[in-house]
Write a protein that binds this ligand. Structure first.
Ligand code: C2E
Ligand code: MG
Ligand code: MG
Length: 753
């Protein structure tokens, strides 16, 4: 599998954490700005308010000071002049009138003088005169006639005398139904206060001219005595609840002017400002919150989009990987790993297509190829060499087929070719496949001859499923092997019925083992020289129900191929051991030989189980010989050797059967613990005429002598043959010349027992 495709990762968005504090700071700054602005506006409003108030206060103060300044000037002038005219009331009256007329402000309501003229007639105890301005503007004179009013006892008079030379202010006070404010100054003579100069104003005029005229609606002004904080005069008794109070000192009176201005409008405006500011701050923070929320939402939305994108691309790449894995698995499922060829599954698919193609009139044939000598290479040269061989075969098949079809390996040494050929061309292709496989190949420095058997099936309408093609091709391949290998056989229906018969045979053989239908027949073996009986060979016979006694040749080969031979061999050995008592009682010097399939030798514990059977029947191992037949290739040669060595140690002799005919006869000679060779019937039968047979037998005898082995000739049918083998030095002889294999009771009858 290739490296994983990199998964595309969409860029992640940074969370807006960076912007949130900035937003917060901005909102805070905006809030502070708005608050500061409101604050300054409030302060400004108040400052404006207060300065306007102050302006009015100053104006009031100026007017009042102006008034009192003029009143003081008048009383001062009057007091000075009066000091000289005290004793002249007329002059005093004139003075008062002059002063009154010279008054510089119409606010001065009257000017007067009161004193005690000590030089007057005693009846005139007090002198008081004043001029005043009538409402129509004319000058009136009052108190021209001295009265006996004791001014000197009046509070204001006495207080004025207390501070001679210093003007005093009195009032407001009521006189004759009106309210007045007076400016008074003591008149001195000779260091003694003798009278008082007064200048009066009507309180109403004073307040109206100097104070009320200056006010704006909502203002309340008053004059407050500096000493006790008492209100002396005020423009209105009512004062608003919400006021701002201002005051400044007056110049002459030692009092303060107060102004309480209605600040409710100001405060309302300020409150509105504060409310507006609060609202603005709220809006700022709400907006900021909203912005922050929006930022986070936008970020999350983008993040989600990114995640979705990442998930999508991950999914896509996973799907891609999945597809690739699937493709690879599919490829693996259809490929033989060793050769890289398509495998059985792939073949079945193609074969299925070939069946469809046949229906359209395209011709196809299947070639089932089984290598003849693959197992041998595997065993003698090792599995690596075997693998190498299979790869070479694959290449050769490819070259032979040359793109005309598909080649598959079914497993082991079985290959199959599916080629688009007409029935007439099938034989040609089979020939060229055979010749490609029969070329010797160089394997691990050795020349090896493999060869193959091929079963051919021509696809026709009888086939509906690819397995049927494979089955019949396999059958044809077995037929080719049966015909002697290294050839091909084209399937026909007769083969199918033979196979069907074989499959009956298999189930019958299984049943036969269970029902104990196998019995050993015994063929005697004689000393070639003395013709004394030396041994018996046990040959299996099948008492097959309905078929009589069946010879070994009819089922042993199939039993070996189908793996049933082990059970048959074991059954025969058991029976032979069972018969041994009677046999050796009649022939005390004889031994008995039992055939064991080479394939069976690989069975584990074979030596132990043979030993057990021998002991159970009281048979000496020295009396037993094992004939190793090689109808099937020996599997697991190491296990076979250790089994045979164990048996030999116990005294059992090993004989190689059918020597010279099998592929491996010579190979076994030095690998197995062998005591004797049984020369194959194919070399004995042509004797004595066939010179090459004579030469072969002579060689085998020489070989056996060299290895210290004894020899037996099987299939001796004539006296000449017996004579020949005797002359060639073969030790023992066996064959129809003496006797075929017969049942135990017939053997025992030989001796007359
Ligand atoms: P084999 O071991 O070489 O046995 C000799 C075969 O040649 C026997 O055939 C025997 O009947 C036959 N024969 C003997 N003398 C002559 C003769 O003069 N002329 C001719 N034409 N044939 C002769 P059979 O009994 O049919 O056995 C065939 C083969 O089956 C045996 O060949 C042996 O390889 C195998 N076989 C027989 N019994 C057993 C058995 O119990 N176990 C195993 N594994 N194989 C057995
Ligand atoms: Mg034999
Ligand atoms: Mg034989």
């Amino acid at each position: 599998m290739g490296p994983e495709a990199p998964v595309y990762q969409a860029r992640e968005y940074r969370p807006p954490w960076f912007w949130l504090p900035i937003l917060g700071v901005a909102a805070l700054a905006a809030t502070l700005l708005v608050v500061a602005n409101a604050r300054s506006r409030v302060v400004q409003n108040e400052t404006q308010f207060r300065s306007a108030q102050q302006v009015r206060l100053h104006e009031i103060e100026t007017r009042i000071d102006d008034y009192f300044g003029k009143a003081i000037q008048l009383v001062s002038t009057g007091a000075q002049t009066l000091a000289n005219v005290r004793d002249d009331p007329a002059a005093a009256e004139r003075l008062v009138t002059e002063l009154f007329l010279s008054r510089s402000t119409p606010q001065i309501h009257d000017v007067g003088v009161s004193y005690q003229p000590y030089s007057f007639s005693s009846s005139v105890k007090y002198f008081c005169v004043y001029d005043w301005a009538a409402p129509d503007g004319s000058v009136r004179q009052g108190l021209r006639n001295p009265r006996t009013i004791p001014y000197t006892t009046a509070q204001w008079y006495r207080r004025a005398l207390e501070t001679p030379g210093e003007p005093r202010f009195d009032g407001p006070y009521d006189a004759e139904g009106k309210s007045y404010i007076s400016t008074v100054l003591a008149v001195e003579r000779g260091g003694r206060a003798v009278g008082v100069m007064t200048v009066d104003t009507l309180t109403a005029t004073f307040v109206g001219e100097n104070m009320r005229a200056m006010l704006v609606p909502g203002d309340v002004g008053w004059i407050e005595s500096s000493s006790r904080g008492r209100r002396l005069l005020e423009t209105s008794a009512n004062s608003a609840q919400d006021v701002i109070d201002g005051r400044i000192p007056l110049r002459y009176t030692g009092a303060f002017i107060h102004l309480a201005s209605d600040a409710s409008a100001l405060h309302a405006a300020n409150a509105r400002m504060i409310t507006a500011t609060t609202v603005i701050a709220l809006v700022i923070w709400l907006g900021t919150g909203l912005l922050a929320f929006t930022l986070i939402q936008v970020w999350r939305a983008r993040q989600n989009a990114v995640r979705l994108e990442n998930d999508r691309s991950r999914l896509e790449s996973e799907i891609a990987v999945g597809k690739r894995v699937e493709a690879e698995l599919r490829k693996a499922a259809y490929t033989d790993t060793l050769t890289g060829l398509p495998n059985r599954a792939a073949f079945l698919e193609s074969a299925s297509e070939a069946i469809d193609a046949n229906a359209r009139g395209e011709g196809y044939a299947v070639f089932f190829i089984d290598l003849d000598r693959f197992n041998k290479v595997n065993e003698t040269m090792g599995h690596l060499a075997g693998d190498e061989l299979l790869k070479t075969i694959a290449v050769r098949l490819r070259d032979a087929v040359t793109g005309r079809g598909m080649i598959a390996r079914l497993g082991g040494d079985e290959f199959v070719v599916l080629a688009p050929v007409r029935p007439s061309g099938a034989g040609t292709l089979a020939e060229s496949l055979l010749s490609a496989l029969h070329e010797p190949m160089l394997l691990a420095g050795r020349l090896v001859y493999i060869g193959a058997s091929i079963g051919v099936v021509v696809v026709d309408d009888a086939y509906a499923r690819p397995e049927e093609l494979l089955r019949d091709a396999d059958t044809a391949m077995y037929e080719a092997k049966r015909r002697g290998r290294a050839c091909f056989a084209v399937f026909d229906t007769a083969m199918r019925s033979r196979v069907a018969a074989e499959s009956d045979l298999e189930s019958d053989l299984r049943r036969a083992i269970e029902r104990h239908e196998f019995v050993p027949y015994y063929q005697p073996i004689f000393d070639a020289r003395s013709e004394a009986l030396v041994s018996f060979e046990a040959l299996v016979r099948w008492r097959r129900p309905g078929s009589g006694v069946v010879g070994a040749a009819d089922f042993i080969g199939y039993a070996e191929r189908s793996g049933l031979i082990d059970g048959i061999d074991a059954s025969v050995l058991e029976d032979v051991c069972h018969d041994a008592g009677a046999l050796f009682a009649s022939f005390p010097n004889a031994s008995v030989a039992v055939n064991v399939s080479a394939a069976h030798l690989a069975a584990p514990n074979l030596a132990d189980s043979i030993g057990t059977v021998l002991r159970a029947n009281g048979v000496s191992p020295q009396k037993l010989k094992l004939e190793i037949t090689e109808t099937a290739i020996m599997r697991n040669a190491d296990q076979a050797r250790s089994t045979l060595e164990a048996l030999r140690r116990n005294g059992v002799q090993i004989v190689l059967d059918d020597f010279g005919a099998g592929q491996s006869s010579l190979g076994y000679l030095h690998r197995l613990p062998i005591a004797g060779l049984k020369i194959d019937r194919s070399f004995v039968s042509p004797l004595p005429a066939d010179v090459s047979a004579v030469a072969i037998v002579r060689s085998i005898v020489a070989l056996a002598q060299a290895l210290g082995l004894y020899t037996v000739a099987e299939g001796v049918e004539t006296a000449e043959q017996l004579e020949t083998i005797r002359a060639l030095g073969v030790h023992n002889a066996q064959g129809f010349y003496f006797s075929p294999a017969v049942a135990l009771h017939a053997v025992l009858a030989l001796t007359g027992t």
